[in-house]
Write a protein that binds this ligand. Sequence first.
Ligand code: HEC
Length: 178
Amino acid sequence: MNTVCTFHHRFLRGVVRSVGLVSPLILAGLLLFVPDSGRTAGQGPVLPDGPGKAEVQKFCTQCHELEKSLSPRQDKAAWGSTVGKMVSFGMKASEQEVAMLVDYLSRSYPADDVPPIRVNTATAIEFESGLSLRRSQSLAIIRYREVNGKFRSIDDLKKVPGIDPAKIEARKDRLIFE
Ligand code: HEC
């Protein structure tokens, strides 16, 4: 009886001792390998969970900051063209990965959150994402603004060469002329 108990105690003490020694190492290891959740180098945006998150982390950090990747707030069609543009810039994603990216981005960064567009101060990127325009069209608006001065109404904006008036009309609630 006694010998068994002593053995038991010694055994337990041995376990306690080795755990005591090993656990700081395990802890350090865990701290080192905690998966980072969308943060690059300790800062940056945290991506909402969901299918496609891993793909965004993998691809949308390759050529520029994640912040830039997530800056547009736009509908699915516009996200499709943004991601398509990145493919044309050399992003090597499969068709399936592209679909995952577009789904995730349009779910997580939808057009509904789009802030109003201040037509007389907006940048090309804001026109592009806010009105789902091509870069050339956004630049045409800016050129027109430089030449003709402030836009006073939506009708002025529709006069810009190469602009689809229906697209402008569809987003008129979001436009601020001041
Ligand atoms: C192969 C390189 C590459 C990858 C990968 C990449 N981009 Fe880009 N991205 C660019 C280049 C080049 C530009 C234009 C120059 C700049 O603004 O840095 C750009 C610009 C952008 C812009 C600014 C607006 C615009 O359309 O020019 C957004 C938004 C964007 N990328 C989103 C993304 C998203 C989302 C992903 C992941 C799906 C991504 N990028 C992955 C190369 C890349």
